[in-house]
Design a protein around this ligand. Structure first.
Ligand SMILES: Nc1nc2c(c(=O)[nH]1)N[C@H]1C(S)=C(S)[C@@H](COP(=O)(O)OP(=O)(O)OC[C@H]3O[C@@H](n4cnc5c(N)ncnc54)[C@H](O)[C@@H]3O)O[C@H]1N2
Ligand code: MOO
Length: 443
């Protein structure tokens, strides 16, 4: 395999003679992809299936929240005049007329000189104007201040109240959270846990959202063996299909990993045909450079107009120079043919596939966050004319970044230590320690 710093050939400079051979700027490739991606059609999903998705409808509340006046404390529902001036020494002595439990049936009516035991969340019973917490009473025991309610038998007898309570004290008013007809969530909201909770609270069981894209991930290469199996001579474990599936999930997609496909065009064709029915996007790795067995390029360069089209190009970046993108099959499903070198496929996913998946879901922004950071170490030999994405560790506290590993696109251990990509511009071939650079944050 040739290394990443190849490419000083004349064809790398776009001089107008050979458009196919020019190096595509990273932004141009991304713009081409995003220009061909349409957000997925909205569907109605059960609440928990809609987590992380973008709402496409305005949601109004059909009824008030809370739906009724209710107690915010475990205690006694009382009339204000009955507890006026009450102290521990001179308590208000009230007759307990029953219990009001959350979700309970018909509540007792609280008349003058009476109280009803009430639990947090239970409706304020008729006649009552306030709630005194059980800690402000003797809890019906005839002793000192209570720390908790007694058992079920405490729904009768007497209670001594030690403190007064103003009107509506410890009462959560009907509609104090949401009034009927309120716009509670706007179209465009991303549904996180709190939004899903609100939808459930107002009684919505389903919502209309842009769904998560179903992404089929396929690696290619006859040298690939699944992890867990023994390696023979010249074989390596398939790691790309795992990292890309994990990346797709991380981007919000439902990802299906297809085991490695060999280097035969017929096998790849058959696998793609099989998988297309369940894919909103397909991601392949490997087989896109200029080798004798570059199956993806060979198979997908020659599609008929009916089958779709995939363009293979060389980008002005390192790693990730050879790339394919197109749309295939009856639904013109987007297909990303990423280079096989492990770091190249990962970086390509981050820069091109992740934004596309977010665009399919209607999520914004589509790009990872980029910040300026001081690079503590020097960088030598960044390829001229290509934007280099080096792996780095970024410390948000100091705003500094340090390279991890080198530029080699086979260095998976360093990739696993990185939390950022350090961007060395196309026209820069070396950077002094302490220089400020763009850094793409990966977490
Ligand atoms: N003569 C040239 N050779 C190469 C060029 C070039 O311009 N001229 N470009 C190099 C660059 S840059 C890249 S990137 C790679 C891309 O190659 P392919 O996409 O065809 O990938 P493969 O040849 O299939 O594999 C490359 C490398 O990665 C390993 N690999 C592949 N798949 C997996 C996987 N699923 N898990 C782990 N590792 C994988 C594979 O064994 C190779 O070592 O081409 C350069 N060559
Ligand atoms: O440099 Mo390749 O472009 O290793 O991805």
């Amino acid at each position: 395999m040739s290394s990443s710093t190849d490419g000083t050939a004349a064809a790398e400079v776009h001089d107008g003679r050979d458009l196919e051979d020019r190096l595509w700027p990273v932004e141009e490739h991304l713009a081409d992809i995003l220009g061909k991606i349409r957000p997925l059609e909205p569907i109605e999903l059960q609440l928990l299936d809609a987590q992380g998705c973008v709402l496409v409808e305005d949601i109004t509340a059909p009824a008030a929240l809370p739906p009724f006046d209710n107690s915010s404390m475990d205690g006694y529902a009382v009339r204000v005049a009955d507890v006026e001036g009450a102290t521990e020494e001179f308590p208000a002595v009230l007759t307990v007329v029953g219990d009001v439990a959350a979700g309970g049936g018909e509540p007792p009516v609280v008349g003058p000189g009476e109280a009803a035991r009430i639990m947090t969340g239970a409706p304020l019973p008729p006649g009552a104007e306030a709630v005194v917490p059980v800690e402000w009473t003797d809890g019906g025991t005839g002793g000192g201040p209570a720390t908790a309610m007694t058992g079920p038998g405490g729904d009768s007898g007497e209670v001594r109240v030690h403190r007064p309570a103003g009107a509506r004290a410890h009462v959560r008013a009907r509609g104090s959270d949401v009034t009927a007809g309120d716009l509670v969530l706007r179209a465009g909201t991303v549904l996180g846990p709190a939004q899903i909770g609100l939808l459930a609270a107002i009684g919505r069981a389903t919502v209309t959202v842009r769904p998560r894209p179903r992404v089929v991930v396929m690696s290619t290469g006859s040298e690939l063996v699944p992890p867990g199996e023994r390696l023979g001579p010249g074989l390596i474990h398939d790691s790309n299909s795992f990292v890309l599936t994990a990346c797709a999930r991380d981007a919000g997609a439902l990802a299906y990993r297809v085991g490695a496909v060999g280097d035969e065009p017929e096998t790849l064709r058959a696998a793609l045909e099989d998988q297309l029915v369940r894919a909103d996007a397909v991601v392949t790795s490997g087989g896109v450079s200029v080798g004798a067995y570059d199956v993806v390029k060979e198979t997908l360069s020659g599609l008929t107009a009916e089958e779709g089209s995939v363009a293979f190009r060389r980008l002005a970046m390192q790693p990730g120079k050879p790339q394919g993108f197109g749309r295939i099959g009856p639904d013109r499903t987007p297909l990303f043919a990423l280079p096989g070198n492990p770091v190249s496929s990962y970086v390509s996913f981050e820069l091109f596939v992740r934004p596309a998946l977010r665009a399919l879901m209607g999520l914004e922004p589509v790009d990872r966050r980029t910040v300026r950071a001081v690079c503590t170490d020097g960088i030598e030999s960044s390829p001229k004319g290509r934007r280099q994405y080096l792996r780095g560790r970024h410390d948000p506290a100091t705003g500094r970044v340090t390279t991890v590993g080198g530029a080699g696109s086979h260095l998976v251990k360093a990739l696993a230590e990185a939390n950022a990509l350090i961007v060395v511009p196309e026209d820069t071939t070396g950077v002094e320690p302490g220089a400020e650079l763009d850094v793409v944050l990966l977490d």
